[in-house]
Design a binder for this molecule. Sequence first.
Ligand code: KG4
Ligand code: ZN
Length: 333
Amino acid sequence: MNNQVKLLAIESSCDDTSAAVLIDGQVKSNEVAGQLVHEKFGGVVPELASRAHQQHIVPVIDAALKIAGIGIEDLDAIAYTQGPGLMGSLLVGSSFAKGLALSRSIPLIPVHHMDAHVMAHFIDEPKPEFPFLCLVVSGGHTQLVRMDNVTSMDIIGKTRDDAAGEAFDKSAKLLGLPYPGGPLIDRYGKEGNPQRFQFSTSKMPEYDFSFSGLKTSILYFVQDEMKKDPDFIGNNLNDLCASIQETIVTYLIKNLKRAALDLGIKHIGIAGGVSANSRLRESVNELAKKQGWKAYIPDFQYCTDNAAMIGITGYYKYLAGQLGSIGDKPFAR
Ligand code: KG4
Ligand code: ZN
């Protein structure tokens, strides 16, 4: 009993305050407090985000400890998101983690937010086999990551402009939907015809992505149609959402498939907020089935930002002796 590793993890990189407790790498609690305050601004307002983190962090950590049935005095280590993210938001979580670690004389483990999205696959069974190729799609990043073991991440492709989540959110904004629009495109898209409208995407060298052309293509198309029908969006919302979603998902899957074929990798997965998208989840399963590969898709609660993924990454770093120190600085990118 005494040899168990009891770890508290804190995530505060953007607009979710989250705390999780892991005992020997098993998630015992994973509490998340979101921030509705940004909805009316059409995007995350950094100053409002850090203030909301200040309000949420103590109750969220209290709840995570209580659900796990342990107290602060039981903790063996604290993992926190070091970056990338909004500086004011990161400072709330990292300062709290440092204060707690100092007061309890326990180790601190800084965690890279994007590594943690991939590591969400190592929370539950079945864990991916190596080599593993993961498409990481969030609000701030789009990457293809190759893993050959649990501590090595090799970025083999990335976006040259917007992230996939931004492509969803900015398209939604063009349709007049509130922030974050990704989940709304998913919801309305379920009722629409994904083949009704065609939008263009750009093929990038190597395994890179680009989404800025898509945004322009949607903007010009909608503006043209609105000259004929001023309520074009309202009259075609479901088909527009389904078609935009289909374009983004097809583009992502095409690149994932090409990289996996080139590299001879048979274990593929998706991670990050956009991996909550129902069409992307379906498509990666279809791809794996067709190719005779295995697809790994995280549980919904581990797709969008959460502290459990920070905890599992911290746990493996703890086992590898990769500890941090009080002087580690948060980084925005
Ligand atoms: O990973 P995440 O929670 O935060 C970042 O690290 O950025 O990702 C947030 C992104 C947002 O752009 C949001 O619109 C998108 O994930 N997202 C979705 C869905 N759920 C979240 N996009 C499409 N369909 C969804 N169901
Ligand atoms: Zn994230």
